[in-house]
Design a protein around this ligand. Structure first.
Ligand code: UDP
Length: 331
């Protein structure tokens, strides 16, 4: 079999870098396109080629997509701060939505056969049932979610009219880090619960603010579905086979929910001391419970999350963060 060749936009970011690692493990040729505004040069493992470039530059994108053939394009490059998107909707609709659509256009023109999109559970706004399967009504909760939906819709038409097969993977909460300790989560600013709780317990920042304790959940804090980033990466690889036949969209999560308190307790167990926290105000737009119904992904691809123990998920994140006080050290 000939070596597979993949283009990965945003491959220097958190999820993208773990997918690159999984592709390299499968002996593929991988080219990463990243402008390094959010991603990190050191997150691109040796073995992958990094092209520093911007999706906002159509001629550069066209040249790179045209330098195929690619077995698939994976698209991760995006702004992903929900809160920022509510303040600056057009930044998200343009930089994520429009640039993503331009990338798809280039893929169509250069006859790329498969496209895998990093999408989001934010598509489901306030879901009318739980767990959230693929039939739940789409009503994006923010311009960030809307920007991903714009790309999903463009992929729909790219499939219908041009035969570009695509997989849209709607992630719930990506968590953990490379168990080998090569890669981790390093956002600037960091807004995610697990890294913030780890930094709080390591004394690197003040007490964690828990965003609301009056939700309709057993302990009053929000419940989310934390899926290990390696399991997420595995889902990206597994869907490629589906794309030989049809386009797909899957919700990706474990189906198991944990509250903010569950997370702080898990971080405390790993650290050997409790996470300092204060009770804060609820964050605008936060749903009480978001849990994935990922049965379709399991049934169609045989995907089974390997990280089923919350402490194990948290431990992989903890190890990387403890060993990298300044993250990748480039920002
Ligand atoms: N959260 C919190 N304090 C923080 C950051 C997050 O209590 O400093 C809560 C947040 O309200 C949500 C959960 O932790 O219920 C996960 O938040 P995160 O931002 O990690 O992911 P999201 O679910 O928003 O995608």
């Amino acid at each position: 079999m000939s070596r597979k060749r993949y283009l990965v936009t945003g491959g220097a970011g958190f999820v993208g870098s773990h997918v690159v690692a999984a592709l390299l493990e499968r002996n593929a040729d991988v080219v990463v396109l990243d402008n390094l505004s959010i991603g990190h040069r050191a997150a691109v493992l040796p073995g992958a080629e990094l092209v520093v470039g911007d999706l906002a530059d159509p001629s550069a994108v066209d040249a790179l997509v045209g330098a195929g053939p690619w077995d698939a394009v994976f698209h991760f490059a995006a702004l992903s701060l929900v809160g920022e998107s509510v303040r600056l909707p057009f930044k998200y609709l343009l930089e994520n939505g429009v640039n993503g659509i331009r990338l798809i256009d280039a893929c169509v023109r250069h006859a790329v056969p498969r496209f895998v999109l990093s999408s989001t559970a934010n598509l489901f706004g306030t879901p009318d049932r739980m767990p959230i399967d693929e039939e739940v009504r789409i009503d994006p909760a923010s311009p960030y979610g809307e920007s991903k939906f714009m790309i999903e819709r463009a992929l729909h038409w790219a499939n219908e009219i041009h035969g570009l097969r695509s997989a849209c993977l709607r992630y719930f909460n990506a968590a953990g880090a490379d168990p080998q300790g090569r890669l981790g989560e390093d956002h600037n600013p960091e807004t995610h619960l697990i890294p913030l709780a780890i930094d709080a317990v390591l004394g690197r920042r003040p007490a964690l603010a828990i965003f609301g304790s009056d939700y309709a959940t057993p302990d009053g804090t929000c419940i989310r579905d934390y899926v290990h980033v390696n399991d997420l990466a595995d889902a990206h690889i597994r869907v490629l086979d589906q794309l030989d036949r049809r386009s797909v969209r899957y919700n990706v999560g474990t189906g198991q929910g944990y509250s903010v308190r569950d997370i702080t307790e898990a971080v405390g167990r790993i650290a050997g001391r409790p996470v300092p926290y204060v009770m804060g105000q609820p964050r605008m737009g936060d749903a009480a419970i978001l849990i994935a119904g990922a049965e379709a992904l399991r049934a169609d691809t045989g995907w089974i999350p390997q990280f089923t123990d919350l402490d194990e998920v948290v431990a992989t994140a903890y190890r990387w963060r403890e060993a990298h006080p300044g993250g990748y050290g480039d920002k």
